[in-house]
Design a protein around this ligand. Structure first.
Ligand code: NAD
Length: 268
């Protein structure tokens, strides 16, 4: 039996083969899901196409989360275009975030108004817009929406700064969207992933320190890899999790449970 047979969904946020979105897409495709992809711009499309070919996926759309409503390639127009292609969808994976790299270092207190707005708009509000735009394609038979968060939403981590504030807004959005959409059997969940070596991950200053420190102190003694995130996403997007919504599921080797690391674990 394949868990995702006869299920169709949209994957947003593949930049390359190390992207969390790609790790999730591969697991879903292995279980029989039919996938379509949204890429940020032409540059990302070039890298996406060969990946799509490797899983026999043929359809992708340009979508820039900074575009709104009737602007070209907005999230709203993405789902309108998808509705010409598919009558219904079963799931959406939202795996995108943005902040000015220059502000992912130093102190949060120095965050500019412009970057605060952009970071929250693209990294948090885009998920609410995705839910609203996907709703007409899911409202008949229900579905599952999934986004990606990080421990920096709950507690401070070095240089995460305004992204932590954006992820906190994203995590609160998950709960409100779960309440709004529950009566339509649309489930809304997040995965809080441990640190991973991706394009977005490397934009955060001092990423190497965070990566090593996390694997030292996490109970499982490793940072998750794509297959760990993909496996948990498969659960949250399949019928296995039919009773689960409004949940932030940590896939971080247990890192979030540690308040004070053992002294021997702190040496790097
Ligand atoms: P990634 O760089 O592979 O993916 C980030 C994606 O965001 C890219 O595909 C990029 O095109 C997209 N994006 C950025 N701005 C956009 C815009 N305006 N419109 C449309 N798309 C846009 O990195 P990743 O680590 O796979 O990131 C995926 C998600 O996982 C993000 O939400 C990130 O915050 C989250 N996350 C990452 C880590 C980590 O350590 N890498 C840990 C926890 C959560």
């Amino acid at each position: 039996m394949s868990l995702m047979n006869n299920k169709k969904g949209v994957i947003m946020g593949v930049a390359n083969e190390r992207s969390i979105a790609w790790g999730i897409a591969k697991e879903l495709a292995n279980q029989g899901a039919e996938l379509t992809f949204a890429y940020q711009n032409e540059g990302f499309k070039k890298r996406l196409i060969p990946l799509m070919e490797s899983i026999q996926s043929t359809k992708c759309f340009e979508c820039d989360a900074s575009q709104y409503n009737d602007q070209p390639n907005s999230i709203e127009s993405l789902f309108k275009e998808i509705s010409y292609y598919w009558d219904e969808i079963d799931f959406v994976v939202h795996a995108l975030a943005f902040s000015d790299k220059e502000e992912l270092k130093g102190k949060y207190i120095n965050c500019s108004r412009e970057n605060f707005r952009n970071s929250l708009d693209i990294s948090a509000f885009s998920f609410t817009r995705t839910a609203k735009a996907a709703f007409p394609l899911m409202s008949n038979k229900g579905g599952s929406l999934l986004t990606l968060s990080y421990i920096g939403a709950e507690r401070t981590t070095p240089n995460y700064n305004v992204m932590g504030v954006a992820k906190a807004a994203l995590e609160a959005s998950i709960k409100y969207l779960a309440m709004d959409l529950g009566k339509n059997n649309i489930r809304v969940n997040g995965i809080s992933a441990g640190p991973m070596k991706t394009l977005a991950g490397s934009a955060i200053s001092g990423a190497r320190h965070v990566f090593r420190h996390s694997e030292n102190i996490a109970p499982l003694k490793f940072n998750p890899e794509l297959k760990e995130i993909g496996g948990s996403a498969l659960y949250l997007l399949s019928d296995l999790s039919s009773g689960v919504t409004g949940n932030i599921h940590h896939v971080d080797g247990g890192l979030h449970t540690v308040a004070i690391p053992k002294p021997n674990d702190i040496n790097e």
